[in-house]
Design a protein around this ligand. Structure first.
Ligand code: Q46
Ligand code: ZN
Length: 319
């Protein structure tokens, strides 16, 4: 039996090789919360959350559910209020199962859940987007559209609800996957931009932060199980089409062969970020929807336009 390296009394349930730790359930759950507090501290949020409303962008998956759970535990200490937002992307066989689990969790935590329907909001769902992509009618993969439109709708609703911050479920693995993807794309500006919290922008841009920034995917899964939040395991059918999916396998392989790779990559990203100063892109308002954007027309409106065009063409071709 391996004993917990923190308390030295109880049986360890998880070994974190890269940190040289073996932790029992109690010490692991405490460590997890401490890592979230570290992220809040590094984002300089601990002193500024009092009387604020935090909207958690939730999907019903392990990461955003964990973020919601821990923030709910911390809300009294820091004096903030919580609300959850879920965008139903319309992915059959996946969304309904996750939504059901999320509704149950929000009820248990007594957190209000706002459900946003992608089709109702923009006239299309991700299953339809995937079919347009498969037919070569749009250049965007389902995850690209899903990511942009979900982010867009969460910001829109968070603003309407009067939220001061948006918290997302991005974990350490997500962060370094994004870093490696940006390296491959040669996008230094994007590397400099990504972090625990978005850089301060104009007043009408709600800052987004990542409570699970220091937590690996494996630790997040362990927390989800140990807290009894487990839901039926369903993966989005489109995940495999994305660049992120391939990069994720690559990084996991590197971690397996060379333990500690993930932390080294995160450190490298932080070092680059600290050294690179990129001029801030001025934000204006999208001429179509009025949301803050660095472009004349925001990426969400641009995508919506291309998708509508493809749908019109498809309709015409059927006559
Ligand atoms: S839901 Fe959407 Fe994810 Fe599915 S289509 Fe891709 S981004 S994988 S988290
Ligand atoms: Zn727009």
């Amino acid at each position: 039996m391996v004993l917990c390296t923190s308390c030295g009394k109880r049986k360890a349930v998880i070994v974190v090789k890269s940190r040289g730790e073996a932790l029992c359930k109690e010490c692991f759950l405490r460590k997890f919360k401490d890592l979230v507090i570290k992220a809040l501290t590094d984002a300089r949020l601990t002193g500024g959350l009092g009387s604020k409303l935090v909207a958690v962008a939730t999907s019903g998956g392990k990461d955003s559910s964990n973020a919601l759970y821990v923030l709910n535990e911390l809300k009294q200490t820091y004096g903030f209020d919580l609300i959850a937002i879920m965008v139903n992307e319309g992915i059959k066989g996946y969304r309904e199962l996750k939504a059901k689990a999320l509704r149950k969790l929000c009820k248990k935590l007594n957190v209000e859940l706002i459900e946003v329907n992608l089709r109702k909001e923009v006239g299309v769902d991700i299953d339809e987007v995937a079919s347009l992509y498969e037919r070569g009618l749009i250049p965007f993969k389902p995850c690209t559209v899903c990511g942009v439109l979900r982010r867009y709708l969460v910001s829109l609703y968070a603003k309407e609800l009067g939220a001061n911050y948006v918290a997302t479920g991005h974990n350490l693995d997500d962060e370094i996957q994004t870093f490696v993807m940006n390296l491959i794309r040669g996008d230094l500006r994007a590397i400099a931009r990504e972090g625990i919290i978005t850089s301060p922008g104009p007043e009408d841009v709600i800052p987004r932060f990542k409570p699970l920034y220091y937590i690996t995917e494996r630790e997040s899964m362990a927390y989800f199980i140990l807290r009894g939040l487990m839901t039926p395991h369903v993966e989005c059918p489109y995940a495999k089409l994305s660049m992120r999916y391939k990069i994720r396998s690559l990084i996991n392989y590197a971690e397996y062969r060379y333990p500690g790779s993930k932390y080294r990559l995160l450190k490298l990203k932080e070092e680059i970020k600290a050294k690179v100063e990129m001029p801030r892109t001025a934000l204006r308002k999208c001429t179509i929807c009025g949301m803050p954007s660095s472009r004349h027309i925001c990426r969400a409106c641009e995508m919506k336009e291309e998708i509508s065009k493809a749908l019109r063409e498809l309709k015409l071709s059927k006559f």
